[in-house]
Design a protein around this ligand. Structure first.
Ligand code: 3HC
Length: 277
């Protein structure tokens, strides 16, 4: 399989796929970002070896299945390619066109988009019946869910292949209609946005809001820790897409969230967001 993009999702899906036996070619823009991905997967494997979850022989075998490249033509023979590039529609459309030009005609081209209409990305290719959403969650090696997004024109074979792929990665896939936010983000992001609005209103401190949602709802992380994990820039982009689709004020990004993105306080990826890292 091929993976495009060297962000958190590209790295997490690559880790999951090589652990599941797939041979992965990962396309990234620069050799430096590709090396960062390899280093972060190696770190993760070291931790798993330390916890006796795998042996160093297994880790070496799995890493042997990963190759990184800066040449899109190296994806020509892949049966499945998943794009995980930045959540920007123009960038994703350009990537879909380039993948369509390079990948063999039988290849499935999937997108890990969180909110963009998958049909728009499919329509940019000459094979809309072979394009679907395969939406992993962050951190991909840990989160069980994968949303398989079904457009109006995708073939049943493509959906079944995507579903089988997710199952073979030991995930729990669900099939969902091509509508902004699918299931999880449509429910999760108004909650995260409203947490920021509560903070703006001075109802409680962010630490207390996080404590409340962990202790009161059994969530593994409070909303501010989760926003930092997802990335505030990604969160604003998801909220904007949801707002564009539904025009529901609940989806309109809280002003503080937008200001923090402008200030480059994007969460873990910039080492500072609501918390410092
Ligand atoms: N890569 C690989 N493994 C990881 C990892 C990573 N990035 N982060 C954590 N892990 C593993 C740890 O190694 C550990 O494994 P073990 O149980 O086998 O030892 C396990 O996950 C638990 O990790 P920790 O003990 O370090 O920490 P926690 O118990 O606090 O768990 C967490 C961390 C899994 C991130 C947990 O807090 C969690 O589930 N948080 C909620 C995450 C969430 O809601 N994600 C969805 C975001 S929305 C999204 O992705 C949609 C997108 O479109 C924006």
């Amino acid at each position: 399989m091929g993976l495009v993009g060297s962000g958190i999702m590209g790295s997490g899906i690559a880790e999951t796929a090589i652990e599941s036996g797939y041979k992965v070619t990962l396309l990234s823009r620069t050799p430096e970002s590709a090396q960062l991905i390899v280093a972060s997967i190696k770190d993760s494997f070291e931790r798993k070896i330390g916890k006796h979850k795998k042996t160093s022989t297994q880790a070496d075998e799995e890493l042997g299945r990963l190759s990184v490249t800066n040449e899109i033509s190296d994806l020509a023979d892949c049966d499945l390619v998943i794009e995980t590039v930045v959540e920007d529609l123009d960038v994703k459309l350009r990537m879909m066109r380039s993948l369509d030009a390079v990948c063999k005609p039988s290849a499935i081209i999937a997108t890990n988009t969180s909110t963009f209409p998958v049909i728009e990305l499919a329509a940019a290719t000459s094979r809309p019946d072979k394009v679907c959403g395969i939406h992993f969650f962050n951190p991909a090696p840990v989160m069980k869910l994968v949303e398989i997004v079904k457009t109006l024109v995708v073939s049943e074979d493509t959906i079944q292949a995507a579903n089988s792929f997710a199952l073979s990665c030991n995930k729990e896939p669900v099939i969902v209609k091509d509508q902004a936010g699918f299931i999880v983000n449509c429910l999760l992001f108004p909650y995260l946005n409203n947490a920021v609005k509560l903070l703006e209103q001075g109802v409680a401190s962010m630490e207390d809001i996080d404590t409340a949602m962990k202790g009161g709802c059994g969530f593994p992380m409070g909303p501010f820790a989760l926003l930092d994990l997802v990335g505030l820039d990604t969160a604003v982009s998801i909220l904007n897409s949801l707002y564009d689709e539904f025009k529901d004020p609940n989806f309109s990004p809280a002003p503080l969230l937008k200001r923090m993105v402008t200030a480059k306080l994007c969460g873990r990826k910039t080492r500072a967001g609501f918390y410092k890292y």
